[in-house]
Design a protein around this ligand. Structure first.
Ligand code: URA
Length: 198
């Protein structure tokens, strides 16, 4: 079995045996192996589960537009997540109607995938890791909030890799403020600059 298939198999096993909180479906990373650039997001949403790939829903469209704006195509980068299943919460209304929505993965859920994500990083062997949002940020840097550290390179001693923290692309949907949009765009330009130094 190829190393990538082994990773997929381990993800399947973890996800199918997890019963501590509600989840719906799972995916693995996508893109070339090895690859110079690795993006790590939080967890898949509904569209990602349906299409079986990370970042293909609304946040994914924003992500891909900005990726293209700095001259990169999706097929040239590796994209994965910190949590491989879709964490959900289920609400039942008074009239018995069920609604399912995404929730942030819990710390033990992130821990479940720590080893397998490290295996993926070793296999991909990127020159730079870009974390998208607070969840991968906490896993790969000492920071606990993206507001304090976005758009600058840090060195992860354990992985011996540079890490570039960015806001999660869905932040643009929640924060329509023009000032935030320009901060977000500047970070992509900074990433372009950082990639040119690799
Ligand atoms: N958001 C993420 O963090 N990951 C995905 O794969 C999709 C949306």
């Amino acid at each position: 079995m190829k190393a990538e298939e082994k990773i997929r198999e381990k993800i399947r096993e973890i996800c199918e045996n997890y019963k501590d909180a509600p989840t719906e479906g799972y995916i693995s990373g996508s893109g070339p192996i090895p690859c110079l650039i690795l993006f790590i997001g939080e967890a898949p949403g509904k569209t990602e589960i349906i299409q079986g790939k990370p970042f293909v829903g609304m946040a994914g469209k924003t992500f891909e537009n900005y990726l293209n704006s700095i001259g990169l195509k999706r097929e040239e980068v590796r994209i994965t997540n910190t949590c491989f299943f879709r964490p959900i919460k289920i609400k039942i209304s008074k009239d018995g109607k069920e609604t399912i929505s995404n929730r942030t993965p819990k710390i033990p859920e992130i821990k479940l995938f720590k080893e397998i994500l490290n295996e993926e990083i070793n296999l991909v062997n990127p020159k730079i890791i870009i974390t998208l949002g607070n969840i991968p940020l906490k896993s790969f840097t000492e920071f606990d909030s993206i507001g304090k550290c976005h758009g600058t390179i840090y060195f992860n001693e354990n992985l011996r890799k540079p890490v570039f923290p960015m806001y999660h692309p869905s932040a643009l949907t929640y924060n329509r403020n023009k000032n935030f949009q320009s901060i977000y765009e500047e970070d992509w330009e900074k990433l372009k600059g950082a990639l040119n130094t690799l």
